[in-house]
Design a protein around this ligand. Structure first.
Ligand SMILES: [Zn+2]
Ligand SMILES: [Zn+2]
Length: 456
């Protein structure tokens, strides 16, 4: 086994009395510990690998030596196996670990983020091996974890451009509320588990109330924890007094907004949580958009804003024409709808009545994330186009009057053989026709919408 300074590190530690060490001694000792840590991490990987080989050859007792003899927990063994997988995919990292240039924690970051990569994505990552090792040598594990995530997100988005939208769909479907009473304390607990988008939206309102409560001198003595409780309660019980609180603040670069994701896309919430570009485009449909000119050094000195929310008058006029969502089979009332820009802002659409249409949350999602598109003529007849650009149907225009509603019902019953889905299918859903029992790999949100027109 390569020494690579290991003996020196042991001698340095054995020969130092740490109880009387000064700063220089502590720094030397810490470096020696890091060297030994890499050595031990590498030795564990080698033990696990060899134990597996012996196990495959029939010596089952060797497969568990790390637990049986090495006093490792199951979690230790799991992370060691992850590191071994990384060494297999990126042999340069095994060499770097053996020489003490990186630690096991660097390999853990890679193991964590590469778990769900396809073979093609893995080979793209392997091509970046030199750069990744250089990053790991320069960066502490926590920073390296972010670097790896950024690089892997870029690779995944090249191969699977809709993967981030799918992830958000899954997180949205997994969101839940739980409520229980603690038997010992009698305290009432409520746990909210939310996707990042709705979490950002909720906390925007809570932070708004928190700022208001903090600025009130009457609350000067209240601990921060209590103020936070008051802010959460205020966000569900108080109206904003007609004042609009932004639902979410998203940062996106102009090129991504207009042309989709690219290698240096910025699309995230204010706290840095990544968002799918089509989702940010949907948010921009009804938003205050602020364009910020960022200088090459990252500083900002110009800001211009554009209001993209329909005016009160425009909403009144739309409400007079549409009693519900404009989707021909949808009964969601106008008041629960978003105002969609038929021609998107990024494609030159403006906030004028002729370009606005009410869509419920689900059908707004269908149009932006699902790849369907709309066309509206001067009589406000709306043409729905499938993701492949073919026409699904053209409706008869506004649906507020009784005659329109009757026509709409007839149309709806005629067209039920094929219609856009009402909601995204669950991530693991398979179409009825998919009866050969095989899953043809992950499907994009757009493809799932296109393939499963009869959902709902
Ligand atoms: Zn929209
Ligand atoms: Zn709808």
């Amino acid at each position: 086994m390569n020494d690579g300074g290991v003996r020196g590190a042991v001698e340095a530690l054995v020969g130092t009395d740490l109880s009387v060490a000064d700063h220089t001694d502590l720094a030397d000792a810490s470096r020696a510990v890091a060297r030994l840590q890499s050595f031990v991490d590498h030795a564990k990987v080698q033990i696990a690998r060899r134990g597996r080989q012996l196990g495959d050859e029939g010596d089952t007792s060797s497969a568990h030596t790390l637990i049986d003899e090495g006093r490792c927990t199951g979690t230790d063994v799991k992370s060691t196996n992850g590191r071994d997988r990384v060494c297999g995919d990126l042999p340069d990292f095994e060499a770097a670990l053996a020489s003490g240039a990186v630690t096991g924690a660097h390999l853990d970051a890679l193991a964590h983020h590469t778990k769900s990569l396809t073979d093609a994505e893995r080979s793209d990552l392997a091509a970046l091996s030199d750069e990744l090792v250089a990053d790991a040598v320069d960066q502490p594990p926590a920073l390296f974890d972010r670097t790896v995530k950024g690089r892997i997100d870029a690779i995944r988005n090249q191969h699977r451009p809709d993967s981030d939208a799918e992830m958000l769909d899954r997180q949205r479907a997994a969101s839940c509320v739980k409520r229980w009473t603690d038997r010992d304390t009698g305290m009432k607990n409520t746990m909210l588990s939310l996707d990042p988008l709705r979490d950002a939206s909720l906390w925007n309102v809570i932070d708004h109330h928190l700022a208001r409560l903090r600025s009130d001198v009457a609350n000067a003595e209240l601990p921060f924890g209590q103020l936070q409780v008051e802010a959460v309660l205020a966000s569900v019980t108080t109206s904003s007094g007609g004042r609009r609180i932004p639902e979410i603040v998203a940062h996106v670069d102009h090129r991504s907004l207009c042309h989709g994701r690219h290698a240096h896309t910025l699309a995230e919430t204010a706290d840095g949580t990544a968002l799918p570009v089509p989702t940010v485009q949907r948010l921009c449909c009804e938003a205050l958009i602020q364009a910020v000119i960022v200088q090459p050094d990252g500083t900002v000195d110009q800001l211009c804003a554009e209001q993209r929310t329909a005016s009160r008058q425009q909403r009144r006029m739309l409400e007079a024409m549409h009693s519900t969502c404009a989707h021909p089979h949808c009964e969601v009332s106008f008041t629960a709808c978003r105002i969609h820009h038929v021609t998107w802002w990024t494609k030159g659409g403006t906030t004028v009545l002729a370009n606005l249409l009410p869509l419920c949350e689900t059908h707004h999602h269908l149009v932006h994330e699902g790849g369907w598109s709309l066309d509206i003529d001067e009589r406000r007849a709306v043409t729905w186009l499938r993701p492949d650009g073919s026409v699904w149907l053209t409706d008869a225009g506004p649906n507020r009057t009784a005659a329109d509603r009757a026509g709409r019902a007839t149309r709806a019953s005629c067209d039920r053989s094929e219609r856009p889905p009402g909601r995204p299918p669950p991530a693991d859903a398979r179409s009825e026709s998919d009866d050969d029992g095989k899953h043809a790999g992950p499907r994009s949100t757009k493809r799932r919408y296109a393939e499963q027109p009869n959902l709902l």
